[in-house]
Write a protein that binds this ligand. Structure first.
Ligand code: CP
Ligand code: NVA
Length: 301
């Protein structure tokens, strides 16, 4: 594993290895055991979109691993004025030991990896959010003991989160169901991948059918970053496609509820369900730190 560009590139075993290391680093951190594995190394973090969790967890994670992180807003970089990503990749490869990038186009992340000579980590694109799903799988495994055979149901927009959850869930042996309105399906490349998992993947048009007997319910915002102009149209299209009492009643009685955050209460999740499952949701947010430290160790050590 040279980069983390998308979960489609990883095997189920590689995903499990990251989760195992994430668990170990979490244990060590909780017990005050220092692990300066990346001492002297520097991670550059390029952001073309806003972030709370990704920015802070990568920066703190790098610090805990003995290295340092540089926050590079695309507004300040020459990339924001049109310097080609191919040149940026070759320049930054001479200063840094790794790059985490959050941007719009998946192709930009793939280009950085192609032209640069250091590990590239995808911190969210319009296509996928692999770091988030590693933390999500870690959270489910912590609570449920294992992933294989569990049913994860995603309700809402077939966006970057849905794409990564389908791939990560299926590769680790989960059954994955997606409930979304027509016109908002997951990416065709992901649906093509899911065809290999007949009997383990379902795309449904009914929230309750999708949630029936689920072990994990997951949702995300109806309008992602970059889609702010469509927010009103999307509110109408997604009305009812939420995790609320109906979805929860259909799921297993001990079902977990996860959300990558930020959450819009009253839209994709009700206030009551969010607060009832807040412990799980914020554990999930914490696990971004541990899972990403594992990714950085795997790629940058
Ligand atoms: N879930 C997530 O990636 O959060 P941020 O947008 O705050 O980084
Ligand atoms: N789908 C959301 C996820 C944010 C972490 C977005 O892309 O804005």
């Amino acid at each position: 594993m040279k980069h983390l560009l998308k979960l489609l590139d990883l095997s189920g075993e590689e995903i499990e290895e990251i989760l195992n290391l994430g668990d170990q680093l979490k244990y060590e951190h909780r017990h005050g055991i220092a692990h300066p594995i990346l001492a002297g190394k520097t991670l550059g973090m390029i952001f073309q979109k806003s972030s709370t969790r990704t920015r802070v967890s990568f920066e703190v994670g790098m610090y805990q691993l003995g290295g340092q992180a540089l926050f590079l807003s695309s507004r300040d970089l020459q990339i924001g004025r049109g310097e080609p990503v191919q040149d940026t990749a070759r320049v930054l490869s001479r200063y840094l030991d790794g790059i985490m990038i959050r941007t719009f186009e998946q192709a930009e992340v793939e280009s950085l990896a192609e032209y640069g000579s250091i590990p590239i980590i995808n911190g969210l694109t319009d296509f996928c959010h692999p770091c988030q799903v590693l933390a999500d799988l870690m959270t489910v495994r912590e609570k449920k003991g294992s992933l294989s055979g569990l049913t994860l149901t995603f309700i809402g927009d077939g966006n970057n989160m849905a794409n990564s959850l389908i791939v990560g869930g299926l590769k680790t042996g989960m059954n994955v169901r997606v409930a979304c309105p027509e016109g908002y399906d997951p990416d065709p490349r992901v649906l093509e991948f899911a065809k290999e998992y007949a009997g383990h993947f379902w795309l449904l048009r009914d929230v309750e059918k999708a949630a029936a007997g689920a072990d994990v319910l997951y949702t995300d915002v109806w309008a992602s970053m970059g889609q702010e102009g469509e927010a009103e149209k999307r509110k109408a299209a997604f009305a009812g496609w939420q995790i609320g009492d109906r979805a929860l009643a259909a799921a297993k009685s001990d079902a977990m509820v996860l959300h990558c955050l930020p959450a819009h209460r009253g839209e994709e999740i009700t206030e009551a369900v969010f607060e009832a499952h807040a412990d799980e949701i914020f554990e999930e947010a914490e696990n971004r730190l541990h899972a990403q430290k594992a990714v950085m160790v795997k790629l940058m050590k």
